[in-house]
Design a protein around this ligand. Sequence first.
Ligand SMILES: Nc1ncnc2c1ncn2[C@@H]1O[C@H](COP(=O)(O)OP(=O)(O)OP(=O)(O)O)[C@@H](O)[C@H]1O
Length: 218
Amino acid sequence: MPSDEPVLRVRNVRKGYRQVPVLRGVDLDLPPGRVAGIVGENGAGKTTLLRVLAGDLRPDGGSVHCGGRIGHCPQETVLHDAFTVEQHLRFFQVAYGLESLRRAEELMEVLRFPGARRRARPGTLSGGTRQKLNLVLALMHDPDVLLLDEPYQGFDWETYVRFWDLAEELRARGRSVLVVSHLAYDAGRLDTLHRLEDGVLREQERDAAESGDRVGAP
Ligand SMILES: Nc1ncnc2c1ncn2[C@@H]1O[C@H](COP(=O)(O)OP(=O)(O)OP(=O)(O)O)[C@@H](O)[C@H]1O
């Protein structure tokens, strides 16, 4: 039986920019094997929150505890045009200390990353293909918690469906996924849905979200 002990525990996180508060006391418990969504309007602070959770931004107060490895797929791709796709994979392999690219290869297969583009530079890839690479880089070390900021922007429908199959596979293996979007997309695919509003996170009825502002994705 998987434990319900949260793998990610967030308490009273506060963060502002130049004295303007954005996060005013965010709490969140994410147990293993859960897919959770965070929605909120433009500027609500979703990206700020994910960056704090990923350790990329320092909170002004509160605490973030993660009992495992984190994967972060930010909204802005982490790709650098000095390197080819293959070089990105090798660079991240070393950074993560991985023996092989086995998992990366699997992920590229699942997402149908075009093999012929492995020697290409990111700037020459389509937006959706760049996003696939971004996702592979965030996932290739098989993190316990995956933080995704608007992950399927630019994905076609088939890739979008594959993305959710992948999220399902991660959940089945006890991994946790936190997906941020400004839309209450397919809330039925989530275990929990949270709304970031006025700097705090509140759990929301998924049915209400679906009948309310559900918008066709991606
Ligand atoms: N580096 C920064 N310096 C100053 N202000 C910032 C910075 N980053 C974000 N902000 C401000 O913080 C607020 C929250 O921004 P954030 O990008 O976290 O929101 P968001 O919910 O992700 O928005 P969106 O849905 O548009 O991506 C906004 O008012 C934004 O202008």
